[in-house]
Design a binder for this molecule. Structure first.
Ligand SMILES: [Ca+2]
Length: 105
């Protein structure tokens, strides 16, 4: 299986995994900081440890899930939530943040 998601926003994109269970060293979720497979990789995950949240440096994240043909049924896969984030710098140098979209992969 080879699933790919191109997440686009007019803000920074934060990706949070709330479930994660894939075959260790065989079935991977790879997260790219950009719009395609040629963008820099910022995370590559397999196994049952839930990854920490990731945030884009631009306005896109590209997510790819690849599996081999074996031993896929006993793993539950993953679920991730993405949010568009905007940040405003205030005069005193502090910033406020708010979240925009909330959608499921
Ligand atoms: Ca597998």
């Amino acid at each position: 299986m080879d699933c790919q998601w191109n997440i686009t926003s007019n803000a920074w994109v934060e990706l949070t995994f709330d479930r994660f269970d894939t075959e260790l060293y065989d079935d991977y979720v790879t997260v790219y900081d950009g719009t395609s497979l040629s963008s820099p990789v910022i995370g590559r995950f397999s196994g049952s440890s839930r990854p920490l949240p990731l945030i884009s440096s631009g306005k896109n994240l590209f997510v790819r899930f690849t599996t081999d043909a074996a031993q896929n049924r006993q793993y539950k896969g993953f679920r991730a939530i993405y949010r568009g984030k905007k940040r405003y710098i205030l005069n005193d140098g502090k910033y406020v943040q708010y979240k925009r979209k909330l959608l499921l992969l």
